[in-house]
Write a protein that binds this ligand. Structure first.
Ligand SMILES: [Zn+2]
Ligand SMILES: [Zn+2]
Length: 72
């Protein structure tokens, strides 16, 4: 299913922080809020800062909020 806001299409993509599970380490996933998916502008682009892992050396990737996708 696609969503369109301001002439940009968004579609749910798998959250990389929790690998689509919706939870990580016993907590609700911060990146997707527990849904396992995040809305990403189409065509989707992998976050360049964490290369899609959702993590950096200092923790959750701030550029993508941990989702692994470039959100802008
Ligand atoms: Zn998640
Ligand atoms: Zn990232």
């Amino acid at each position: 299913m696609l969503y369109t806001y301001s002439d940009t299409e968004y579609a749910p993509e798998k959250c990389f922080l929790c690998k689509g599970a919706g939870h990580a380490e016993g907590k609700t996933c911060e990146a997707c809020g527990g849904s396992g998916n995040v809305l990403v502008a189409q065509p989707p682009r992998i976050c360049p800062l964490c290369n899609g892992s959702g993590h950096t050396e200092i923790g959750i990737c701030r550029a993508c909020g941990g989702s692994g996708w470039a959100l802008l």
